[in-house]
Design a protein around this ligand. Structure first.
Ligand SMILES: NC(=O)c1ccc[n+]([C@@H]2O[C@H](COP(=O)([O-])OP(=O)(O)OC[C@H]3O[C@@H](n4cnc5c(N)ncnc54)[C@H](OP(=O)(O)O)[C@@H]3O)[C@@H](O)[C@H]2O)c1
Length: 340
């Protein structure tokens, strides 16, 4: 992609910010998916902005704050163009790397936002998501606390992640929700059951996370057991052992379509999302593929010019139902757990 080509824009939610139609997931720049390279990560952020990407996604737990600290100087240098999204709700423990606690208490939310603002070095977060839902805290209380952050000028717009359709409706009645960030890809389609239809009806934008199936849909790896010892994907049931063998075969049609179209599997996966969003009547969909590298960023942005035809969409349709293994080792805090 040449530097003069820039992607189109769309508005998140009825009155939310205008952003490039593809965002950038920054998580892997600090943790989870193998070695990190600060120089290349910072160059990738700059290149993304040059090419029209404006929605940059982080969270307080990525690198236990390190990811917010990494992107902070970039955000501050381009504060007017960047739409900064971060998240709260998942607590970690230094002495137990696998520990994840979900906290939706209003008092916790007020502490979390101040900590994120300090790490990022900014006065306001553009889009503040509840990363996971804790059913022990009434949703209206948590969203009420988030709405107070908007009133206080610490946050501009609100988002939720991994909520069901009914939860999205309940939250939206307390304060307008601008975006729903949930896992959505050719492999992961449970979000289409209730959350996507609710978002379409309410005018909430969809921000699909892990749109490349954490890299698996691109063929970048066929069995997470072969990845670095510390790679988080080694713990995900879909990508290891017997499941990985069967699931790797499911990727074949994606690669075949890519070959026929002179595209890449990543581009097919991202184009598919845009077309599914249209079929659902969503007002906006802004996938946030994650990459640590400029070359892959440029490749992924090429998806904004790819349109799959009816036959290609039909070939991809049965894949999700055949995927073996859960999206997470523990599905307890996902929207799926509260839908079944
Ligand atoms: N709300 C939530 O609960 C939640 C959960 C997970 C993630 N997220 C957010 O969503 C973002 C994206 O999700 P994700 O990073 O989990 O998964 P993803 O975007 O599906 O895949 C990222 C992986 O694919 C690789 N990749 C990227 N482009 C590629 C290409 N063109 N060809 C081959 N491989 C490619 C990346 O490696 P390289 O870096 O080497 O390119 C990385 O390992 C994250 O960065 C994070 O901000 C949110």
């Amino acid at each position: 992609m040449s530097s003069d080509s820039s992607i189109e824009t769309t508005r998140l939610g009825g009155h939310g910010p205008v952003v490039g139609v593809q965002g950038l997931g920054c998580m892997g720049m600090s943790e989870f998916y193998g070695p990190t390279d600060t120089g290349e990560a910072l160059a990738t952020l700059e290149r993304a902005l040059e090419l029209g990407v404006t929605l940059f996604d982080t969270a307080d737990i990525y690198g236990s704050g390190a990811n917010e600290e990494l992107i902070g100087p970039f955000v501050r240098a381009h504060r007017e163009q960047v739409v900064l999204a971060t998240k709260f709700a998942i607590e970690r423990r230094a002495d137990d790397p696998a520990y994840r606690g979900i906290n939706n208490d209003p008092a916790y939310i007020r502490r979390a936002v101040d900590a994120s603002l300090a790490r990022l070095g900014v006065d306001v977060i553009d889009l503040y998501y509840m990363h996971r839902r804790d059913p022990n805290v009434p949703l209206a209380e948590s969203v009420g606390a988030m709405a107070e952050l908007v009133e206080a000028g610490k946050v501009r717009y609100l988002g939720l992640s991994e909520v069901t359709g009914p939860e999205l409706r309940e939250a939206h009645a307390v304060h307008p929700i601008t975006a729903l960030q949930s896992e959505w890809s050719i492999f992961a389609r449970s979000v289409e059951r209730s959350a996507v239809p609710a978002a379409a009806e309410l005018g909430v934008a969809l921000v699909p996370y892990s749109p490349l199936g954490r890299g698996f849909l691109t063929g970048a790896f066929a069995d997470a057991g072969q990845l670095d010892a510390g790679d988080y994907r080694r713990h995900l049931p879909q990508f290891t052992g017997e499941n990985a063998v069967g699931n790797a075969a499911l990727v074949a049609p994606i690669r075949a379509i890519a070959e026929r179209r002179g595209a890449t599997a990543a581009q097919v996966a991202l184009a598919w999302l845009g077309q599914r969003a249209e079929a659902h009547g969503l007002t906006a969909v802004v996938p946030i593929p994650g990459t640590r590298k400029r070359s892959r960023l440029e490749e992924n942005l090429g998806a904004t010019r790819l349109v799959l035809d009816k036959e290609e969409l039909a070939e991809l349709e049965p894949i999700a139902a055949r995927v073996a293994g859960g999206r997470y080792a523990d599905m307890g805090s996902t929207s799926d757990a509260r839908e079944l």
